[in-house]
Design a protein around this ligand. Structure first.
Ligand SMILES: C[S@@+](CC[C@H](N)C(=O)[O-])C[C@H]1O[C@@H](n2cnc3c(N)ncnc32)[C@H](O)[C@@H]1O
Length: 198
């Protein structure tokens, strides 16, 4: 039965992409480069996780309890299969995060990568517990390659992430645009690690 509010056409397109993808993919740079900022314990959520590279990395490298949500059942099935093969514990769920966002103060670590739904931003801010972190990485309009969505609306404006998490303390931020030697650096994305204060 169709879930209320879910765009079934969009979900089908994602199902196909996840079915055709050769592997899990790599964890996001915002996670790998800032892993030393993660708390020793607590609840982590990989939101719109896809095939779960971030969640699997968290489960394999930290003592956090890890949840991962995506509205694509294909993505979640692949995540669960990879977790089983690697002997990792991830509580994965098929969930439309727009219809069912995370509850307020439910996450010590909230990871969102390559997903941008602006109407969800207030719920994402609220979902982080006091002292907790958001790690966010997604595509910017100012880019040096064709990676990411073609639609400008699905890409960040300059400094946009800083605005959405303005009530948080910024622990790391990177947005290189097309500045300097574009063959080097972390391009096409903005990365934010920000902490909600007590
Ligand atoms: C570009 S992929 C990013 C996946 C993963 N976070 C990563 O960085 O590899 C976007 C993901 O968002 C998921 N998605 C899109 N709309 C969603 C929604 N309303 N609720 C939950 N997941 C959604 C898609 O299924 C897809 O897996």
């Amino acid at each position: 039965m169709a879930e209320p509010g879910v765009d079934e056409g969009q979900r089908e397109r994602w199902n196909r992409r996840h079915a055709e993808a050769p592997d899990t993919g790599a964890p996001a740079e915002v996670l790998l480069r800032n892993a030393h900022l993660l708390p020793a314990r607590g609840a982590a959520l990989d939101l719109a996780c896809g095939r779960g590279a971030n969640a699997l990395w968290l489960a394999g490298h930290t003592a956090l309890t890890v949840e991962a949500w995506d509205f694509s059942p294909v993505a979640i099935a692949r995540l669960e299969q990879t977790a089983a093969v690697r002997g990792l514990r991830v509580r994965a769920a098929v969930r439309d995060v727009v219809a069912q966002p995370p509850a307020p103060e439910s996450c010590d670590v909230l990871v969102v990568t390559h997903f941008l739904e602006r109407t969800l931003m207030p719920a994402l801010c609220a979902a982080v517990r006091p002292g907790g972190l958001v790690l966010y990485q997604t595509f910017t309009r100012e880019a040096v390659s064709m990676r990411g969505p073609a639609t400008p609306e699905w890409r960040l404006a300059p400094n946009e992430l800083l605005g959405w998490f303005a009530g948080f303390v910024v622990r790391a931020y990177r947005e290189e645009g097309s500045l300097g030697d574009t063959a080097r650096g972390l391009r096409d994305v903005a990365c934010l690690v920000a902490q909600k204060m007590d």
